[in-house]
Design a protein around this ligand. Structure first.
Ligand SMILES: [Zn+2]
Ligand SMILES: [Zn+2]
Length: 290
């Protein structure tokens, strides 16, 4: 459909809301029309993060040198059906126990008594007596390491896939009324896609060749490269896939025979300013209502 045809269709949808108040869109005299929506560049990245989690148990003695834990990126593959946004636990077949100093008590083997808060005494009904839990010492045996100051950890590796969208708006060549640009920037819209580049595992400048050849503007390419340099994912994460899209919300700018410029946009359709399209009754009634 041509821009002009689409414009008439949108104006008719708008007019259907209050047919008595508006002129027939086919009779308003549209001299020219063009797409005026600001371009949006969106980079969606699917990435994986990993870490090691330990199931801790008391060690017989304190360890003065902690062994390094396993590398979370070592050969354990992520299951092919790993969901986005949920953690998956990857276990090694052989146990790889790691010894640590106990972090709860600072490897001392004792921690502040939870009952008396370290005071050694407790009060009840006006009288103070020696704390029965720590026997007045104010310290109790550490519940994590059992007093040895050391713990053993059985590692498991967690991994999760997440997706993230970074969005940049391209400064419009022609200014839009504030009402429209504010609403567009606030809307979370799946705008119509003008261009799309998809790659696994990651996009790089070469993947943008298609983008470059069909390009909308050097400014868009610059935005795309800036997004790829800063995809907004955590440090150390690994990329699985990226999709780069240029989207454009539908905003049609039109010039009427009267010389007035209007913008037609949105769902439900809105017109800015609507005054040139109102009949005398449409203008009079809001006036009288004031
Ligand atoms: Zn106590
Ligand atoms: Zn401890």
């Amino acid at each position: 459909m041509t821009e002009a045809g689409r414009l008439i269709e949108m104006l008719e949808a708008w007019r259907a809301g209050a047919p008595w108040a508006r002129l027939d869109p086919r009779r308003v005299g549209i001299v020219s029309s063009h797409a005026a929506g600001p371009l949006q560049v969106v980079l969606r990245s699917v990435y994986e993060t990993r870490g090691v989690r330990y199931e801790l148990r008391p060690a017989p003695s304190r360890t003065l040198q902690s062994a390094p834990g396993p590398d979370p990126w070592s050969s354990l593959p992520l299951p092919a059906d790993a969901p986005i946004g949920a953690e998956v636990t990857l276990r090694r077949s052989m146990g790889l126990t790691t010894a640590f100093d106990c972090a709860r008590c600072g490897a001392i083997g004792e921690s502040t008594c939870h009952r008396c808060g370290g005071r050694g005494s407790v009060s009840s009904s006006g009288s103070t007596s020696r704390c029965p839990t720590c026997n007045g010492r104010g310290q109790q045996k550490c519940t994590l390491c059992g007093g040895s100051g050391g713990v053993l950890g059985d590692p498991s590796i967690w991994a999760r896939l997440d997706s993230h969208e970074e969005v940049r708006w391209c400064a419009s060549a022609e200014p839009l009324p504030d009402e429209i640009s504010d609403a567009l920037h606030e809307a979370v819209g799946e705008w119509p896609v003008l261009q799309r580049v998809e790659a696994r595992p990651t996009l790089d400048a070469r993947d943008l060749v298609g983008f470059r050849s069909h390009v909308l503007s050097p400014q868009l390419l610059e935005l795309a490269l800036a997004l790829l340099a800063h995809p907004g994912i955590p440090d150390g994460a690994r990329l699985h896939a990226q999709i780069l899209e240029v989207r454009q919300p539908e905003v049609i700018a039109a010039r009427l025979a009267s010389g007035t410029q209007i913008h037609v946009w949105g769902d439900p359709v809105r017109v800015h300013p609507s005054r040139p399209l109102l009949s005398w009754r449409g203008r009079l009634l809001p006036f009288l209502a004031r």
